[in-house]
Write a protein that binds this ligand. Structure first.
Ligand code: ZN
Length: 85
């Protein structure tokens, strides 16, 4: 998929997968990889440490309950600090 949606509390996220079930929709989203500033040392990094799936909230979308699975990315800095985007 190639579009973004606005979700309160999140910036533009990519929808990577949409699962439609009878009475609900599951959206799998993630943010684009970008350079982050390390909160520990201030260096800039875009090295990915790992991912956590976070089930965020239900929205009403097309009159159906929508679950959001946010693939939250964590970055690693050369100083050893790891932090979420
Ligand atoms: Zn650092």
């Amino acid at each position: 998929m190639n579009f973004t949606i606005k979700i309160p509390g999140l910036e533009d996220v990519w929808i990577t997968k949409v699962e439609k079930m009878e009475d609900r929709i599951a959206l799998h989203v993630e943010m684009a990889v970008k350079v982050h500033k390390c909160p520990g040392c201030g260096e800039r990094t875009k090295k990915i440490h790992d991912y956590r799936i976070q089930k965020i909230k239900h929205l009403k979308w097309f009159e159906r309950l929508t679950y959001l699975f946010y693939k939250k990315r964590r970055y690693a800095c050369s100083c050893g600090k790891r932090f979420a985007e």
